[in-house]
Ligand binder design. Sequence first.
Ligand code: AMP
Length: 445
Amino acid sequence: MPKITEPKVKKTPKSSMSKSLGLLRGFKDILPADQSYWRFIQEAAESFYRGYGFAKIDPPILEEASLFVRSIGKQTDIVEKEMFSFADQGQGLVVLRPEATASIARAYINHGMINLPQPVKLFYWGPMFRRERPQSGRQRQFHQFGFEILGDPNPVIDAQIIGIVASFFQQIGLDQISIQVNSIGCPTCRKVYLQELVTYYRSKRKSLCEDCKKRLTKNPLRLLDCKNQSCQLVRTEAPQIVDWLDEECKNHFMKVVGYLDELNIAYILNPYLVRGLDYYTRTVFEVWPKEIKEGAQSALCGGGRYDGLIEMLGGRPTPAAGVAIGIERVITQLRAQEVEIPNYSQAEIFLAQIGDQAKVKALQLFEQLRRGNIRVAENFAKDSLKAQLELANKIGVRYALILGQKEVMDGTILIRDMESGVQEIIDFNKTVNELKKKLANGNSN
Ligand code: AMP
């Protein structure tokens, strides 16, 4: 057996040893109380990807830094200052992925998916990492799920993706939302537009914030995205990209919104909507809550077409479109819009026992109930019936099962309705079936 030696650890100074350890800035625990929301969204997302014919893919969390530099763009906030990157011994620079679309494009190339029937429809779910300034709605580790359709240039694909997102939010009960749509053209017509935009903004340089002054040379499309009041005022007179789209881009966009109209999907044409990632072409969209809290980051999802991405990464030209939905933001909205969601962890019954023999029998019965998919709460360490029923009350179960010495002798068990206090004696061997009937009746009331 190889000898295992203790790794050498630097001695921690005494003062920091006594300090309790906290979370890193921008990182959060997902606590048991939040898990029902996560499960609710996950179940809905899974039924959507299966229902719409997507296949699931799980790219790794760690990728080569160059994947994101080449795809998201050198001059973007994400690549310039927000990537968690480090040198891996001998492997160059690696990063915790800031998003998944680039990884999916890489996987499409690596696994020769171009040889599959097109388009290829992929779904993903997982954590993303951006070293942003944490604030309400913005974390350094957050989670996204997304739908990507690769290998088809048709505008119907863009409309389908927006349609999936619209019916997803409707299904989970978020109806106070607005879908914002725009086209940012192709690299050719965008280039001409950007010259116009920069000329206009240069003439208003004095009114711009420091960030926008930098954007003039680095990333002019993001000028339209600035939240600064003075910059927003400048924006009202800025040239709009829709007026600069070339014929093909204009036709594409008209078709996308035409499909949305046919599908009765309400949307807002937002000429200022741009995205923080370089790979987008033509259609871009976001979904916003109707009521936006001042200062809070609140877009629920962002997506669009990215026809150049796969080629940028070394693959054959492959048009594609997709969307990424921010799970934490969706949960915040479910809470804000007071959407009722199932409480998956709520126990349905409490199993109380009195006496040693009853305890042993109750332990066995617990297993049968669990196998019968009944969620049971218990405290086998307690002996007093009063204490156990108080706990049952606190948990809020509908029924308590009570097993005492007498019931063990008789081969029976008591079912107590916790609301009315009425108790019923039933045959011990029929416990699971009787309970299932009672719970089903209660649910249909
Ligand atoms: P993006 O990948 O930037 O297009 O973002 C898509 C969605 O992910 C956004 O609309 C948000 O819902 C969510 N999102 C992006 N960045 C963060 C973050 N730092 N914290 C929480 N959610 C985020």
